[in-house]
Design a protein around this ligand. Structure first.
Ligand code: GTP
Length: 596
C-alpha cells in the first residue's frame, strides 16, 4: 500500500508539474503573440540595419540605432562622409534623376534665372530692418576673384525686407496634447495670407506673400501641464564648455588652405566668449517637455487639411464611386498632378490603381481607400532609412549640417531638432554659420538658450566656414553628443554661394566627418524645390530632406517627387512654426493623414 501510495503521489506530482509547465508555456506564448500584434507608431527599420532599441528612454549610446521616445529615430553616422546609399530605381519607376522639373520655374544658369527676377531689392533702413548693415558691403568682400560673398549676388539678400524674420520664442509652458481640441490662439493658422514667402520666384499664378508674419508667437502652449521632467544648466552662449576659448579652436591656415580657403577669404576671427552678445546670460533654463509622438501624428493629420481635400475627398470620392470611365481616370490624374505628385509618379500611381482595380474590383469605399492607401505608401518608399544621424560615434559628436535656400525654415528646423534631441537627454551644440544675417544667429541663439544648448557664433560677416569649424571644435572639446550647424540661406542658382557652402563642409570635415546633411525644402514652392534640391545634392551630397510648411499647402504630393527624383529620403516634416511642429516622416502615417 505504501508502495502504491508512493506511486500515486509521484503521479500526482508529475501531473501538477506538467500542468504548471503547460500553463507557463501558454503564458509565454501569449505574451510573445501580444507583443507581435501590438501596433507600433514607430517605423520599422529597413532590412539589414540594426533595429531601434525601444523601451525606456535610452541615455547611453548603443552601437547602432535606437528610437527616441519622442518617435524620432536617431542613429550614429557611419563615420564617413555624409553620403547616402541611393536605392536602385525600382521597376515601374519612370522618373529619372535628371528629369526636368515640370513646373514653370525650372532652374537656370548661374547668374540669372528665377532668382534674379521679381523679388524686391533690399530696403536699407526700412522699418523693421535687422540691425546692422542692410546691404552687402563691397569693401568687405572676401572673394577677390569676382565671386560673390554670402548674399552679395542673391537677388533677395537675407536681410531684405521682403521676408520678415520671426523672432522665435519657445514656449514657457508645455503644449497640451492636441486631443483636447483646445483652440490654440498661439498656433498660426495655415491660411494663405500667412503663407511664408519663398525667396525663389514663384510662378506667376502663385501670389508671393512677402510678409509671412505670424500673428502670434510660435510654439507657446496655452495650458500648463506637469512640471518639466528635467532641467539643465544652460551654458552661457559662446562660452566654451571645456573652458577653451574660441580662438584656440580656430582652423589653422594650413587647414583652411587644404580646404581651399584662400587668404582672401580667410576666416574672420570668431568672438571670444567674453565678447559675445550680452543677451546670453547663464541662466537655468527649464527644458520643456516635448510633445509625444502620438500628439505629433495627430497634429500631422490636422495640419495636412489642405492636402486632404485633394487626396481624401477628390480622389477617394472618385475611386469609391464604382466603375470609373476614362473621364474619371483623367480627373484623378489631374488631381494628383495638382497635388504636385509629378507626372511620372502620377502615371505610375494611376497605372497601378487601374491594374489593381481590373484584377480586384472594389466593392466599398473602405476597400477603395485601402487600395489607394497601399499604392501611395508603396510609392513613398517605406524601405528607406529615415533615421537622423545625430548620435556620437568614433569618439566625437555627430555633425549635422542644415542647408537650403533663403527662408525655407533652416534655423527653425535646427532649433526644433535640437529641442527633440535635448528632450531625449542629449547634449547639443548649435553652430550659427549664418553670419550674413545677425538676426539669424540671434534667432538660433534664442532656440539654444531655451532648449539648453550652447550656441557658437561669429561676428557678422565672419567666414561661415570658420564659425562652423569653431563650433565643431568646441563640440568635440566639450564632449557634446551632436553639433548642428545652421547655414545661411543661399540661392541654388548662385555658384559663388554654392561654392561657399561646399567650403563650409570641407573645412568642417578637417575636424570630423559630417554625418548628416539635411536639405530644408519649403513644400509650398512645389517644383522649384526640386531644382534647388538637385543643386544642393551636387554640392554637399545631401543625406536627408526636411520638408517644411506642409501645413500651408495643398501640395503634399511634393514628398513623392522629392524622393523619387533625388533618391534621398524625406526624414522630417515641418508642420507649423511652433516648437514641436516637427515630426519624423513616416510614409504610412503620412498617407493616413493625407487621406483624412
Ligand atoms: N507654417 C510654417 N512655417 C514655418 C515652418 N518652418 C519654418 N517656418 C517659418 O518660416 C519662416 C522662415 O524660417 P527660418 O527658420 O528663419 O528660415 P531660414 O531658412 O533659416 O531663413 P534664412 O536664414 O534667412 O535663409 C519663419 O517665419 C518660420 O517660422 C513650418 O513647418 N510651417
Amino acid at each position: 500500500m505504501r508502495h502504491n501510495g508512493g506511486v500515486d503521489t509521484g503521479i500526482i506530482i508529475g501531473i501538477v508539474v506538467a500542468v504548471v509547465v503547460v500553463v507557463l508555456a501558454l503564458l509565454v506564448l501569449g505574451l510573445v503573440l501580444a507583443r507581435r500584434r501590438r501596433i507600433s507608431l514607430h517605423q520599422t527599420p529597413p532590412a539589414g540595419t540594426q533595429g531601434p532599441v525601444t523601451g525606456e528612454k535610452p541615455q547611453v549610446d548603443k552601437p547602432g540605432t535606437y528610437k527616441a521616445n519622442t518617435g524620432f529615430s536617431f542613429t550614429q553616422g557611419g563615420g564617413g562622409a555624409a553620403t547616402v546609399d541611393r536605392p536602385a530605381r525600382r521597376p515601374g519607376d519612370q522618373e529619372g534623376p535628371s528629369a526636368p522639373p515640370a513646373g514653370p520655374t525650372g532652374p537656370t544658369g548661374p547668374g540669372g534665372g528665377p532668382g534674379a527676377g521679381p523679388t524686391a531689392p533690399p530696403v536699407p533702413g526700412a522699418p523693421g530692418a535687422p540691425a546692422g548693415p542692410a546691404t552687402p558691403r563691397a569693401d568687405e568682400r572676401t572673394d577677390t576673384d569676382g565671386q560673390p560673398m554670402v548674399g552679395d549676388d542673391a537677388s533677395v539678400p537675407r536681410d531684405s525686407q521682403t521676408r520678415s524674420v520671426t523672432e522665435v520664442t519657445l514656449p514657457d509652458e508645455f503644449e497640451v496634447a492636441p486631443e483636447t481640441e483646445t483652440p490654440e490662439t498661439t498656433e498660426p493658422e495655415p491660411e494663405p495670407t500667412t503663407e511664408p514667402e519663398s525667396t525663389e520666384p514663384e510662378p506667376t499664378t502663385e501670389p508671393e506673400s512677402t510678409e509671412p508674419e505670424p500673428t502670434t508667437e510660435p510654439g507657446q502652449g496655452t495650458t500648463e501641464t506637469s512640471a518639466p521632467t528635467s532641467t539643465i544648466e544652460a551654458e552661457s552662449a559662446g562660452t566654451d564648455v571645456a573652458g577653451a576659448p574660441a580662438q584656440d579652436t580656430a582652423p589653422s591656415d594650413e587647414v583652411l588652405a587644404d580646404a581651399g580657403v584662400t587668404e582672401a577669404d580667410a576666416p574672420v576671427e570668431t568672438l571670444p566668449a567674453e565678447t559675445l552678445p550680452v543677451e546670453t546670460p547663464a541662466v537655468e533654463t527649464a527644458v520643456e517637455e516635448i510633445e509625444p509622438a502620438e500628439g505629433r501624428l495627430h497634429r500631422l493629420r490636422g495640419r495636412l487639411a489642405r492636402s486632404q481635400s485633394v487626396f481624401g475627398k477628390s480622389v477617394l470620392g472618385l475611386l469609391g464611386g464604382g466603375d470609373l470611365d476614362e473621364d474619371s481616370w483623367e480627373e484623378i490624374e489631374d488631381t494628383l498632378l495638382m497635388a504636385d505628385l509629378g507626372t511620372a509618379t502620377t502615371t505610375a500611381v494611376v497605372d497601378k490603381l487601374r491594374s489593381e482595380l481590373a484584377a480586384n474590383p472594389v466593392r466599398s469605399a473602405d476597400e477603395a481607400r485601402a487600395l489607394f492607401r497601399a499604392v501611395l505608401v508603396e510609392h513613398l518608399m517605406p524601405e528607406l532609412d529615415r533615421s537622423v544621424k545625430a548620435l556620437p560615434h568614433s569618439g566625437h559628436p555627430a555633425i549635422l549640417l542644415v542647408v537650403g535656400v533663403n527662408g525655407t525654415g533652416k534655423t527653425t528646423t535646427t532649433g526644433k531638432l535640437a529641442r527633440v534631441l535635448v528632450a531625449d537627454g542629449r547634449r547639443i551644440l548649435l553652430g550659427a554659420a549664418d553670419t550674413f544675417r545677425a538676426a539669424a544667429a540671434d534667432q538660433l541663439q534664442t532656440w539654444g538658450e531655451r532648449v539648453g544648448a550652447q550656441t557658437v557664433r561669429g561676428k557678422e560677416a565672419a567666414d561661415p566656414a570658420s564659425v562652423a569649424f569653431d563650433a565643431v571644435s568646441q563640440g568635440i572639446d566639450s564632449g557634446v553628443d551632436a553639433v548642428i550647424i545652421d547655414t545661411a540661406g543661399r540661392l541654388h542658382t548662385k555658384t559663388g554661394l554654392m561654392d561657399e557652402l561646399g567650403k563650409v563642409k570641407r573645412v568642417v570635415e578637417k575636424k570630423a566627418s559630417v554625418d548628416e546633411v539635411l536639405l530644408v525644402l519649403d513644400a509650398t514652392i512645389g517644383q522649384n524645390g526640386l531644382a534647388q534640391a538637385k543643386v544642393f545634392a551636387d554640392v554637399v551630397d545631401i543625406s536627408g530632406v526636411v520638408l517644411t510648411k506642409l501645413d500651408g499647402t495643398a501640395k503634399g504630393g511634393i514628398v513623392f517627387q522629392v524622393q523619387n527624383e533625388l533618391r534621398v529620403p524625406v526624414k522630417l516634416v515641418g508642420l507649423g512654426e511652433g516648437a514641436d511642429d516637427l515630426a519624423p516622416f513616416d510614409p504610412e502615417a503620412f498617407v493616413d493623414a493625407l487621406l483624412g
